[in-house]
Design a protein around this ligand. Sequence first.
Ligand code: D9A
Length: 418
Amino acid sequence: MEFVKSFAHPDEVMALVKFKMGGCQAVMPKSDTKTMSETLKKCYVHLTNTSRSFAAVIQAIDDVALRHATCIFYLVLRALDTVEDDMTIPNSIKIPMLKSFHKNLLDKNWKYMDSKEKDKLVLEDFPTISYEFRQLKPVYQQVISDICQQMGAGMTVFFERDLITLAEWDEYCHYVAGLVGIGLSKLFSASKQEDEIVGKDTYLSNRMGLFLQKTNIIRDYLEDQLEGRAFWPRAVWGKYASELGDLAKEENVDKSVQCLNELITNALELIPDCIKYMSRLKDQSVFNFCAIPQVMAIGTLERCYNNSKVFKGVVKIRKGEAVKMMMGSTNLEQVKAIMSHFTSQILRRIPANDPTANRTREVCRQALDVCQTKHEYTTSSIFPPLYMSCILMIGAISYKYWSEISAVYDSFVESYTT
Ligand code: D9A
């Protein structure tokens, strides 16, 4: 039960209680399943099955056409990703498959039944997804198809080539995440929910994707290592080890953490651009959709900074923390406050002897500069006696009610957290 993990954090308990008592409405799904076709309903089922928490944020998008386009875009990307990840498909088949993947969108029969991946259902039921793709307005179809084509081709670039320079790191992240940011931004503008500039400024939308993807790559070091994948750029890890896998060895822990800190510093450089991107958003639901993953990312980077646990297991944020951040991501000032909070935490923890210390300080100051705001984001971890007795009482009284609604809530924050 998530409540227990947040027990030492009264503010998180408050957030959990508020969220469960309906404070979640602003960010939770709009239900209009009655007016939806059977195939579209199936698409939303696939969406919920592939990404429980993120599905809820997509379903909270106000504009119906934009919501459906985003849902289909997400599923198509998931399908492409599932092909890329599937190690049972030999490269001789996988490469042409990825390069021509966008063509499957117009083929009403295309599906793939031989995947062993956990999300194989999106490939097996691809005709349902591609059918709904073809029901989208032509502008949306064009954007999704273009991004698919570029991403499919881009993914194959690093099949035969190692990630070496930082420019190559950015290039890889552009293919798998920057293009997603670019495509989504074009969908936002096409829907008229956002200004034209949001879709046109591909530099900034790419940077939004880079921030999320670099955070994932940094956090998932061990998982990727165990699965035989490598996404850390050699230009950085090569300074600290002779093999990427050596970073997981206990005797290298000091070097490994230094390497980690250098990569986190590189990711933090993206904050000013992400704030600039979000400052242009006008639609509340689009803002929430974009801001939630960004605040989860800064929270994750703070948790990973100078933390040797990254090399031993999974480092994630508590559910209480996630909910508190999520509820606080509804306007730019609050997002700035969250970003400042975590950046300041990193700044305080920079080890004096860290090789990247000066650069990290500089990057943190730049982020704090753009995140100046009157708002503040605080966390507490004390047990005032009154808090203790209150919380025990609330817990006892609402136990039954609590367990009923926690099913909805749990699925919402699931994959963001431990
Ligand atoms: C996103 Cl359509 C993603 N990716 C994410 C999720 O956020 C971005 C995949 C498909 C789509 C969107 C996202 C959200 C809002 C605005 C964006 C954006 O750009 C303007 O993409 C850049 O991570 C995957 C990529 C980073 C590779 C693009 C958020 C998400 N979170 C996970 C939690 C986790 O820890 O992975 O999916 C989840 O909820 O399951």
